[in-house]
Design a protein around this ligand. Sequence first.
Ligand code: 0R9
Length: 642
Amino acid sequence: MEKYDHKYGAEQIQVLEGLEAVRKRPGMYIGSTSVRGLHHMVYEIVDNCVDEALAGYCTEIKVEIEKGNIISVQDNGRGIPVEIHPKTKISTAETVYTVLHAGGKFGGDSGYKVSGGLHGVGASVVNALSSWTEVTIKRDGGLYQMYFEKGKTIKKLEKIGDAEGTGTKVRFLADNSIFESLDYEYETLEKRFREMAFLTKGLKITIEDKREETPKKSEFCFEGGLISFVEYLNKNKEKLHKTPIYIEKNGDIPVEIAIQYTSSYSENIYTFVNNINTIEGGTHLEGFKRSLTKVFNDYARNHNILKEKDPNLQGEDIREGITAVVSVKVKEPQFEGQTKTKLGNSEVTGVVQSMVNDALSTFLEENPNIAKAILEKCISASRAREAARKARELVRKKNSLETSTLPGKLADCSSKNADECEVYIVEGDSAGGSAKQGRDRKFQAILPLWGKMLNVEKSRADKIYGNDKLNPVILAVGAGIGADFDITKIRYGKVIIMADADVDGAHIRTLLLTFFFRYMRPLIENGNVYLAQPPLYKLSKKGMQDIYCYTDEDLDKAYKELEEKGIQRDQLALQRYKGLGEMNPEQLWDTTMNPETRILIKVTMEDAIKADEIFTLLMGDEVEPRREFIQANAKYVKNLDI
Ligand code: 0R9
């Protein structure tokens, strides 16, 4: 590439200093330099296309991961303006790519910018953090192109030919001296673009991964918008009514909502502001919840479903089994909360509340059968809540009579400092015995579980209190469950599930994780839940220290390394562990419990939607989708004990 000879003016020097700051402290601008930050680079560019779609000019976005992890994003909008910008004296397009936050500042008012929201750092940050960036624009019959390296202009915008139509295409290679890895995860990008397509009715987004020999491709376009979104979320659930309830109002603060009730016991409400997932909720969620509670109670009273003597239904009764997506557009959103994903604008509460009041009460009056079906479920949820309260009281009383609130089977640790303490939840009494003997009793507690674990996906809270399998877990963790769960009360910083590496072990792991996900979610969100990783094999030989292998790959590697040292396979004894119970206390300590040498897998909540989907699928009522999932994923199953 031929170098351009620049004469930098004062404006340009400021620009270079700005982008230099981005390269010095990338985390400040893009969140982090891990794969998460890497994916933000793509979102940043795609957000600009979505803004153009929201302004009504773009109908299609194409994203490609080319060989060598080059990202290409193309839209069919108006094209970034090419004329000289009066303030910077360079083309508007170059300004957008070299001046921090210029896209937002210089772009016309196209409404509610996605790109002004959460990460909204602008194209210039992507440019600064890329080894190179190439921008091609079709506008006013011309084809224009410019080229940058590490944010510096190498080729200024020039007309390179004629063009039909309009649009913008950006290709960039993220800088591998800045990012930890350039390995884009196709599934992560795919999920995000699916979500964006749901949120922007009619917008077509395609993503193609050309890195492998056989490219992957997905195309998303949903004429139903949020209705399609809710149908997608509920695809494996039993629905109480056929089509989602849809509410839309395009006032000063546009609001769009889709709601569908299912027979499940969980509550799934996803909220978005300017297409950004507000994981921590905020004022829009508050308005929605308040309205739901009021409208259903009013309807139940007016139609004598709730009698005079009956208490009001509580919010949680009305939200049992709900799946809803709430999407609002706010001109100047204020984001608060730990991860800046909580909407703070107070004016939004009233707007959402009054519009849901109007639309939902009208809907219920016009659809009495649906109203009845939902209210029947709410009333049985309220009865179950009352029964759960009684069960909880009973458990509390019983425990206080017994003076100790800890379960009998728990071998507790001596330290009371939760930060350093860990509890191993162990399947089976024999493994529990080895774990008790092998542990470091100062900070490691052991809770053995046995027998058939309750599937919480198919039971309500009242069945959980007092359940002889789950109650010990609740008492040991010490922080309550459901709405009462208080993360500050946990007795152990690490809650470690230790189960066999076979089908039964996988089952107990899934049942416990489902329980934590539904009833102690903050424990997962806070990173307190772990899976112990017991070894699958032991290689031994007289005079040689035993070698433990945790995967088949580990075993192959160990054989190869030993061969290099002149030790052949037939000289080695191979033991395949069928269960934890086969290990003596020392072996269990060495391989699975010693913090210096063990492998723990941290359970994360990266994707609540995906997690909910999989838990519903694996633990819920519908048989056919579960069979399909198992068939489709059977090839990934390792360590299957047959
Ligand atoms: C492939 C990635 N696409 C983009 O980054 C992209 C930005 C963009 C755009 C406009 C149209 N399409 C775009 N694609 C645009 C916006 C406006 C007027 N004309 C075209 C406007 O906002 O008024 N721009 C985003 C910012 C700007 N253009 C600019 F105006 F600041 F330059």
